[in-house]
Design a protein around this ligand. Structure first.
Ligand code: A3P
Length: 373
């Protein structure tokens, strides 16, 4: 009571009010206060401040969602396939953990395209595809899917082009490419050396007469596909005037291994060229692959247990989780070879024997080839 007048409190707590309810503003009729633009009003009630914070939160979340959506649209694989840097392990059935087998366009985070540190240089028809195919199962190896022909046909396109043909790989993985033409094309060793003098080279060899036949069958297959007439093996490998071996026939030339190897040895020491036994890759692939793993300084992952002999194909294939579907090479690998006319075979053995001797002396090692005297 002030001066007989009952002082009206600015706010009277009603019995139903919750105890911590804030009092209403003292001057409900005061005109609204305008703060300068860009400055939050200090007179805002607390409830409105909460609303503003909530609104800002919604705006920020919306902006993040929009940004992520845009990024995914522009780089669809960048965010989807991020894999943890797990310890490498071979997983023969399908995906090998740190690989996108058959999906070279997919990209894990922490990967980039790298120039190869290892090349399968040949020899054509000696098992180069099988070698690459099996090695690609190793978690520390990434392989280019097709033959790039950089050092023979596409050299003018430059190193950036070459790098773009490579698969995405982790820093600790070996990038590998195979182009069997590299072994026989004269200018290739020098070009490889100029790009990387410590390049590791894989060369797979098989009995030169079997390789010649395999090469001939491949050439004839291509002719059939192009509706061109076929020519008999004997007619091509023998000079039709002298009845001696026709050295200018490409399938013969490619089988004179020592000549091509000598060219490579002008630029690379033998220790940098690992020779794979083509016959043993067919008979015991895990043995040859273990030697390649050692040569490349990789851990031994590929074992006998990863292979199963496919009786229909007559070759070892990779074992898969589904026992009915082995992971085999395509049907154009492993054609059956016709028998060679005895006279031509004798000529071929006489022709290749001195070259084989020279080769074995050069490499300090013998291969157990069936056509060998
Ligand atoms: P053939 O078709 O003459 O039997 P490349 O891949 O260099 O063209 O070599 C083809 C050769 O790879 C085939 O020659 C075949 O002998 C050999 N090869 C080795 N291992 C193989 C496998 N597991 N499956 C199929 N072919 C294989």
């Amino acid at each position: 009571m002030v001066g007989g007048v009952m002082a009206t409190p600015k706010y009277q707590r009603l019995p139903q009010d919750p105890p911590d309810l804030h009092p209403l503003p003292s001057t409900p009729h005061t005109p609204p206060h305008h703060s300068p633009p860009g400055q939050l009003s200090s007179h805002c009630p607390k409830l409105s401040r909460y609303k503003m914070v909530a609104a800002m939160f919604v705006v920020v979340v919306t902006m993040v969602v929009v940004a992520v959506t845009c990024l995914q649209w522009r780089h669809p694989y960048l965010l989807q396939h991020s894999a943890p840097l797990s310890p490498p392990s071979l997983r023969p059935e399908g995906d090998t953990g740190r690989k996108c087998n058959g999906m070279a366009h997919l990209r894990y985070s922490h990967t980039k395209r790298q120039l190869p540190q290892c090349l399968i240089i040949g020899a054509r028809k000696a098992g180069t595809r099988a070698l690459l195919y099996f090695l690609n199962r190793h978690s520390q190896i990434q392989t280019a899917g097709r033959e790039i022909h950089f050092f023979d046909k596409n050299f003018h396109l430059g190193l950036d082009w070459y790098r773009r043909q490579m698969p995405f790989s982790f820093k600790d993985q070996v990038t590998m490419e195979k182009t069997p033409a590299y072994f026989v094309e004269a200018e290739v060793p020098k070009r490889v050396h100029s790009m990387n003098h410590s390049m590791k080279l894989l060369l797979i060899l098989r009995d030169p007469i079997d390789r010649t036949m395999s090469d001939y069958l491949q050439i004839m297959d291509n002719k059939v596909k192009r509706h061109k007439p076929q020519v008999a093996f004997e007619k091509l490998v023998l000079d039709q005037e002298t009845y001696e071996i026709n050295r200018s026939y490409s399938a013969i030339r490619r089988s004179i291994y020592v000549r091509h190897l000598q060219r490579w040895l002008e630029f690379f020491p033998l220790s940098q060229i690992h020779l794979v036994d083509g016959e043993n890759l067919v008979a015991h692939p895990w043995q040859e692959l273990a030697k390649v793993e050692s040569f490349l300084g990789l851990e031994h992952q590929i074992t006998r247990d990863h292979f199963t002999f496919n009786t229909t194909r007559g070759f070892y294939c990779f074992r898969t989780a589904d026992v009915d579907i082995d992971s085999c090479l395509s049907k154009d690998k492993g054609r059956s070879h016709p028998s060679i006319d005895p006279y031509v075979l004798k000529k071929l053995i006489e022709f290749f024997t001195p070259f084989n001797h020279k080769l074995f002396n050069l490499i300090g090692r013998r291969f157990h080839w069936q056509h060998w005297t």
